[in-house]
Every structure is written in structure tokens, then in C-alpha cells.
Design a binder for this molecule. Structure first.
Ligand SMILES: [Zn+2]
Ligand SMILES: [Zn+2]
Length: 172
């Protein structure tokens, strides 16, 4: 849940405000002005119309908030966020959104030594030269911090090996 609430904070406040404001306008308009004149809707009781309109239009809120998320998330990932937001809005059948979630870059890394935020694909911090992504001493390919052996060439790694033998229940 904490990860979910953390992700929610990526959505700009303006997206929430716009989503609920539009929701209010559309539902009031549909319920008070469209539904009473519509022959199909008139067959339903008034509470049934309300349920249908107010329930269905929650999709509109979800849609706007999702676009807000893509905007905030693409910005955080140092991607072309304007382009991705427009694709999410204008490509039909949510294809722009689906493409975004398939193609989005990994989260940028913060340099532990100078605090500079840089795209994850670079092994060194461009500001201070600190090594951000350790590489294998034998094959030079990027390593994951949990590896005891290089997954590319099998080279045994000195760093994380002692940690791997520790009892996980003791190491909190
Ligand atoms: Zn740095
Ligand atoms: Zn290797």
C-alpha cells in the first residue's frame, strides 16, 4: 500500500482537480438536462439514472488521473513527458497509455555522493564521476547489487557474497 500511495503522489494536483471538476459538470449536465429528455433513460427510476450516470462517469476520473500519472511519471523518469501525455490523450483505445507502460525508462538514480539525479542507463555520475552502476571486472557488463556471481559470464564477485550466506531472519 505504501508503494501505491507513493505512486499516487506522482499525479499532479491539477489532474485531480480537473478530473473531479469535469466529473461534477458532466454528471450534473447528464442527470438534470440530458436524462429527463432521453426516452431510454426515462424508463429507469430517478435513482437508477443517478447510479448509472454517477457510476459510469467515474471512468472519466480514472482516465484523467491516469493521464496525470503518465505526465508526472514520464517527467520523473526524464522522458519526453509532453509527447507521452499527448499520446495518452489522443491515441484511441488507450494504445498510447499501454505503449507508455511498455516503453517507459527505468527510474533515474540519485548519485549517493553529490545528489545529482541521472538516468539509470549511465554507469557514472556525470557531475562527480562516482560509479553508479557497478560492472563486472571480467566482462564489463552491468551487475545487480544482489549478485554473488556475474550473470553474464559467471565471474565470482567479491562484494555481496558474504551477505548472501547470512541468515535473512537475523539480518532484519
Ligand atoms: Zn555525483
Ligand atoms: Zn561478467
Amino acid at each position: 500500500m505504501s508503494r501505491f500511495t507513493k505512486e499516487l503522489r506522482v499525479i499532479p494536483e491539477a489532474a485531480w482537480i480537473f478530473a473531479w471538476f469535469a466529473y461534477l459538470c458532466i454528471t450534473v449536465w447528464l442527470f438534470f438536462f440530458v436524462a429527463p429528455k432521453d426516452p431510454e433513460m426515462a424508463k429507469l427510476p430517478r435513482w437508477g439514472q443517478a447510479l448509472l450516470i454517477y457510476g459510469f462517469m467515474l471512468l472519466e476520473v480514472t482516465w484523467v488521473v491516469l493521464i496525470g500519472y503518465i505526465y508526472g511519471d514520464a517527467k520523473r523518469r526524464q522522458m519526453r513527458y509532453v509527447m507521452w501525455t499527448l499520446l495518452a490523450i489522443f491515441v484511441p483505445h488507450a494504445i498510447g497509455m499501454i505503449l507508455y507502460f511498455i516503453l517507459r525508462d527505468p527510474l533515474p538514480k540519485t548519485c549517493p555522493s553529490c545528489g545529482h539525479v541521472e538516468k539509470a542507463k549511465f554507469p557514472f555520475c556525470p557531475r562527480c564521476g562516482t560509479l553508479l552502476q557497478p560492472t563486472c571486472p571480467k566482462c564489463d557488463k552491468p551487475l545487480e547489487p544482489t549478485w554473488a556471481n556475474c550473470a553474464h559470464c559467471g565471474q565470482q564477485l567479491p562484494g555481496p557474497a558474504p551477505r548472501a550466506t547470512q541468515n535473512p531472519s537475523v539480518a532484519t
